[in-house]
Design a protein around this ligand. Structure first.
Ligand SMILES: [Zn+2]
Length: 456
């Protein structure tokens, strides 16, 4: 079986195809957006969406301020309300975390400590089969401690801050990440916990909605027992143990074993070991069903309208399926899918799934956005303040208009009515004039025979 066929996200996606705990009828409930009436002309947003939809994956190789398509993408992003994200190792490179699947630094270190170990690739170091070999377990322990130390030193990047900003603006529907560094947590984002019992517990929807970031490959910042699956925080003592190439024993299992002895029962003889709570190739994600149900909720009822894939080349099969699933829903709602990555995924199989791939460093893209759509980077507090000021200004205008209207009414009430005398007098004058004219005409007509007579 190839590594791609055994990746952890595959298991999640298999469960997505088989929705858990929610009937298909529930998906088409009241939260569905009604289909626009055929007679209605498209809004400016719909026109922009239609213009940006592509049938072929389009590459944008430069963050050019003159690029019309980039400007349109920025405009649409600015107007989007339910953004869904998928991130990979590329967003953490600038944080100083080595790309541990290909970086030679960490492997060289392990190699020095275990010279007799046959060369292990990045994939091998993350494959469940390593637990069959004592030497490989030791190398794994050392490697993981080094990785954990580098994560402890790392600070969130501009891209992590961008994700946190989307959350602040209530625009982040969910961020799915392939990373195990948990740097988003440093910015106050809520990370999903691998909750095996999540589906059975009532109120799943409200609990899922509280998670901002879903870690598809687990969490390096915690340790889990190989037997009882209890989760622990790293301690200095355990760090030293890992560095020496030893996996510590699980305190919970030890306690249970001790109790059995005290009760005079037979010792079970099995005490688990602690290992980083990451999901290895070839093993199931402990929260597989939980994440699958959450993903179903997001795509069916979360109404995503923009999908950003960042810092990943999408080489793993499970993640490819996840992208296709989300993309279908986003496209159905008129949104678009963009990928920000240094290297191209230029493969025709992505036609109609991803609209644009922007080939650049993830942090550079965020910097570019800051310059292009500064309003988008206002904090929610600033946006609220601006709205409040606008409301106050509008209220003031209304009040002023009202006052002006009242004043006008008052003024018209104080003005004395027009004097009828003047009008009547002029009418009287006109009537008098008319009367005089009539008199003159009568007099002239009575005098006329005399005149005639005179002439004769
Ligand atoms: Zn245990």
């Amino acid at each position: 079986m190839s590594v791609q066929e055994r990746d952890p996200v595959q298991n999640i996606m298999s469960s997505v195809a088989r929705p858990v705990g929610t009937s298909s009828n529930e998906y088409h409930g009241c939260e569905q957006t009604p289909s626009p009436k055929a007679s209605r002309s498209p809004s400016s947003l719909e026109l922009l969406q239609q213009e940006l939809r592509t049938e072929r994956l389009t590459a944008i190789c430069e963050l050019n301020t003159e690029n019309k398509t980039l400007q349109q993408i920025n405009r649409l992003l600015n107007r989007s309300r339910r953004i869904i994200m998928l991130t990979g190792a590329g967003i953490s490179c600038n944080a100083g975390i080595p790309d541990f699947r290909s970086s030679s630094g960490l492997y060289d270190l392990v190699k020095k400590q275990f010279p007799e170990l046959p060369l292990m690739s990045g994939q091998e170091m993350f494959d469940i089969s390593l637990f069959r070999d004592e030497l490989k377990i030791s190398a794994f322990a050392t490697f993981m401690e080094r990785l954990y130390s580098s994560v402890q030193m790392a600070r969130p990047t501009k891209t992590h801050k961008f994700i946190a900003h989307l959350k602040d603006r209530n625009k982040l529907l969910r961020c799915y990440t392939q990373n195990i560094d948990g740097l988003e947590e440093d910015l106050g984002l809520a990370m999903s916990k691998s909750d095996k019992d999540g589906i059975a517990i009532a109120g799943f929807n409200s609990r899922w909605k509280n998670y901002d970031v879903v870690q598809l490959h687990g969490d390096l910042k915690s340790l889990a027992c190989t037997r009882c699956f209890h989760v622990f925080e790293w301690s200095r003592y355990w760090c030293r143990s890992f560095r020496r190439g030893e996996l510590p024993t699980c305190p919970t299992c030890e306690e249970e074993s001790f109790k059995r002895v005290q009760q005079g029962k037979r010792q079970s003889g099995v005490v688990g070991f602690l290992r980083p709570n990451v999901v290895l190739y070839g093993e199931n994600h402990p929260g597989c069903e939980f994440i699958a149900q959450g993903l179903n909720l997001d795509v069916q009822r979360g109404r995503p309208d923009f999908f950003i894939v960042m810092g990943t080349s999408l080489r793993v099969d499970g993640v490819k399926r996840l992208v296709r699933q989300i993309s279908r829903q986003v496209h159905e709602r008129g949104g678009i899918v963009i990928l920000i990555n240094k290297t191209t995924i230029g493969d025709s199989s992505w036609n109609g799934v991803i609209d644009y791939q922007i080939l650049c460093d993830c942090d550079d893209w965020v910097t570019y956005l800051e310059a292009q759509i500064p309003d988008f980077f206002n904090t929610q507090k600033q946006v609220d303040k601006l709205r409040q000021l606008k409301r106050e200004a509008s209220d003031l205008r209304k009040k002023a208009l009202e006052e002006q209207k009242n004043y006008g009414l008052l003024a018209s009430m104080k003005t004395p009515p027009a004097t009828p005398v003047k009008v009547n007098s002029s009418q009287d004058i006109k009537a008098e004039e008319n009367l005089e004219n009539v008199k003159k005409r009568i007099l002239t007509s009575t005098k006329s025979p005399a005149k005639k007579h005179k002439k004769c």
